[in-house]
Design a protein around this ligand. Sequence first.
Ligand code: ADP
Ligand code: GLC
Length: 472
Amino acid sequence: MEIIHVSAECYPVAKAGGLGDVVGALPKYQTAMGHYAKVVMPMYRTKFLYQNDWAIDFKGNATMGDRYFEYTVIKEKTNKLGFDLYLVDINGLLDREKVYGYSDDTERFLAFQIAVVDWLSHWEHHPDIIHCHDHQAGLIPFMVKYCYDYNKLASIPTVFTIHNGQYQGWMGWDKSHLIPRWDNWKSGLLEWKKNINPLASAVKNAWKVTTVSHSYLEELRYNSNGLEALFEYEKGKCVGILNGIDADVWNPETDTYLKDHFTVETVAEGKAASKKLLCQQFNLDENKALIIFIGRLVGEKAADLLPDAILSSMYALNNGVNFLILGSGDPHVEWQLKQLAGQYQGNYNVVIGYNETLSHLMYAGADFLLMPSRVEPCGLNQMYAMQYGTVPIVRNTGGLRDTVVDMGDWQGWGIRFNHASVGDITHGITRAAGLFDHGQTHFGWMRQRMMEIDNSWENAVQQYINVYTSLK
Ligand code: ADP
Ligand code: GLC
């Protein structure tokens, strides 16, 4: 099958979170399994762009409201990522360094989507599937069905994957003129609660909707930032498919970001070597359990609870553990986390920012990874942690619930708690410290147990192919 993925992120071209990881991996594994998968994304000005060779694939033009724009689609020449990669350049809109966070993001991603459908309408053949990811590609299922200029694409099945239902791309009706002319009778298919809502529109218009874990699919029906009734109504076309992890990038035996590699057999020594590096670099105590947090410092990840949870755990455990935090986001949380560094020198440190290399060393060298998320559609961090023998301490929600079994349960290897609260997090950390200090044999068994879990992409790829074939 020929599948074209449309996404705002794709690792290693541009990544802000797990969406990038998934779109960098899924098409590669689809291609490896005999399909023809392609990715199209915006041409941001990232390092990857300048370090690789490109050929011009297409030049076109389109309009967004009364704004006429030209766009260029370039293609990576060497199949470096294991699939065909296309970037869309639109001067003045997509030629920026960052993926998100600009005041004109609505116009940027709308122009991107218009360019993509316009480009597709110039292909001599039709792909078998258009697979759109998150709200930045959420208007495409509507546009191919109901925008007059793109009618010839209407018969191509569209699949929409929700990686994060919290962000929906809302825009007021005052911006409706930016969408290419459409059949007015269909306006309701753009709308949710009196706004144009690209995520809701995608759920209404895509032929099939998937999300990235079974538990999250269930949760969307009672907790989806206003779309609960929609998910209840559309449940028949929604499927949960758990993400995999890319073994070419996330494997402690071959990880190119690491100096000290290890396998299930050598996990103890391998992790000790990485822990030593981390402790030296960040002034931490090697003999104490090292607990890390990596991620966006936002409410969804319950990052606002981290400062108090760290204080409370340090107090409960008499400074008996180390914390190392890597992330950026809410400026107040960033500030609070930086403040703690003075208070707990030798047991705590924080790096504000985004650092791919450091994140790999942290997964490898830590003893525990904390993820108290309020909402977690799938969560890749806990899967990476498990692959690197790092025990996950997670809240019982979404993909975390589907991938981590508590050590109190049969054959369990993780620590789970129920509430995103300082009390529950502290309790989880206390259990972790107890295990580290008094249960090293069981701790060693848990590490090996989780490293043997198969979270590879092959299984998920087959489930996506089943979804696609159900639409033929
Ligand atoms: P989300 O996509 O909601 O942020 P995921 O768990 O699916 O959460 O994926 C997060 C991805 O982003 C992981 O690959 C994680 O290692 C990475 N990541 C998040 N924050 C940082 C950071 N500050 N530095 C490096 N990598 C990060
Ligand atoms: C989103 C979710 C995260 C998921 C990722 C990849 O960013 O927040 O839970 O793992 O997408 O699907």
